[in-house]
Structures are given as C-alpha cells and as structure tokens.
Design a protein around this ligand. Structure first.
Ligand code: MG
Ligand code: MG
Length: 238
C-alpha cells in the first residue's frame, strides 16, 4: 500500500508541475500513463467500469470523473486530477486541484478550503474514532468557510480493490458510524463547491458537474490507521 501510495503521489506531483494553459487533458493523461509504466505501476482507473482514461481530469464546475480528451486548458482554470495506481495488487487513490495561471480569489479560497477540509478529516481519523467524526470534521471545516460539500459522491475503503467498504461521506454526525481501527485503509476525498452541492451527470455518463455551474475542487488521500493515528500514504513530498 505504501509503495502504491508513493507512486500515486509522485505522478500527481508530476501532473501538478506539468499542467499549463494550451495543453489538452489528453496530453496530461499520456504523461501520467507513461510515468506509471516507467515506475512499474498500473493506472487504477483505466478500464475501471469501462473508464477510458488513466486520470480523471475535471475542470472548473466539473467535480469528478472527467474523461481526458481534446479540451484545452486555459489560463484561470482550476484543474482537478484524480489518480491511482495498482502495485503488487494494492490500490492507492488520491486527488488534487491545481490552479492554472491567474485564478480568481474565490477559486484560490475554494482550493485552500478543500485541502484544509481533507486535512481536518484526516486529523480525526484515529483509532477509536467513528467515521462520523471524520465526516463531520470535513463538513464543518468546509461550511464554516462558506462552501458546500458534495453529498452524492464519497470516500471509501481502499486496498485490494479500488472501492471497498465502508463509504466515507463528507458530511455526517460526530460519534456515529463505524469505529476506526488500526490497519484500516481509507480514501478520504472531500469535493467542495462554491454554490449548491447538487450535481448533474454529463452526456458521456461519466462527467459529474455542479448543477448550478459553481466551481468545484477535490482533494483526496489514501490513509492507513496505524499506531492509533492516520498515516497518509499518498503524501506529496515537495
Ligand atoms: Mg480518487
Ligand atoms: Mg477515491
């Protein structure tokens, strides 16, 4: 899991460094796929339920599951990369949202709030805590800053499969839900929006966007509960 997580983190860092106005989302998908191959890892999403890309790339009002293609990235876009690999049979899953060029103050605040809400959730993911403690920490952090949390898509267990039990919602009530124990591996992944948390699915049956066209950002880490605390397995070492 640790090796898988490190490769996922390395490739997300490469995508963050590589993304520039004028590139297509397919260009970035090719970079990620090539790097995964050279590191001996298999992209986890390619072919998953028929998904055609290696990376989910979602721009501005797009939340998740964007298929890489001909869309050209522009100055001022915020670009979410959701990526994972399989190494030795173990999955890891992580996401970041990156500003391209000059983005609005609202977009900057949204990105910071989304990453902050992820870290707030991870801070509560210790042995003995309940899933609701994690969910409510994410929700409170986001809503206190004036953003909404997407409710129709959630985090999840991860390990031998990309998506395992339990679901890890980004909203909830502290003290409720499954008790976290040492050895559990979870993908915690808040998606925040500037407007409504309601979503719509595109004509390709994959792309999820905000219903009102508001901006959305997405951060995700694969964590392991170990020695009582959350260890981030997909941490980007800058
Ligand atoms: Mg993901
Ligand atoms: Mg995930």
């Amino acid at each position: 899991m640790r090796e898988s997580g490190a490769i996922t983190a390395t490739i997300l860092q490469l995508l963050k460094k590589s993304v520039k106005a004028g590139m297509t989302t397919k260009d970035l998908d090719i970079i990620a796929e090539r790097e995964a191959k050279s590191l001996g890892a298999k992209p986890a999403f390619k072919g998953y339920n028929g998904f055609p890309g290696s990376v989910c790339i979602s721009i501005n009002d797009q939340i998740v599951h964007g298929i890489p293609g001909k869309r050209i990235i522009e100055n001022g876009d915020i670009v979410s990369f959701d990526f994972g690999v399989i190494v030795g049979g173990f999955y890891s899953d992580s996401a970041i949202t990156v500003p391209v060029g000059e983005v609005s103050a609202l977009a900057q605040n949204l990105i910071a709030a989304t990453e902050g809400s992820l870290m707030a959730g991870i801070a509560r993911a210790h042995a003995g805590a309940r899933l609701g403690d994690v969910s409510s920490a994410v929700q409170n952090y986001a809503e206190n800053l004036g953003f909404s949390v997407i409710r129709e898509y959630t985090g999840h267990g991860v390990g031998r499969d990309l998506h395992e039990d339990p679901l890890v919602p980004n909203f909830g009530v502290a003290g409720r839900g499954l008790e976290l124990k040492n050895g559990m591996t979870l993908a915690i992944e808040p998606m925040l929006a500037t407007g409504t948390w309601k979503t719509k699915v595109g004509a390709d049956h994959w792309l999820v966007s905000t219903l009102d066209g508001g901006l959305s950002a997405h951060f995700e880490h694969t964590i392991c509960v170990r020695n009582g605390e959350a260890e981030i397995l997909t941490k980007i070492n800058e």
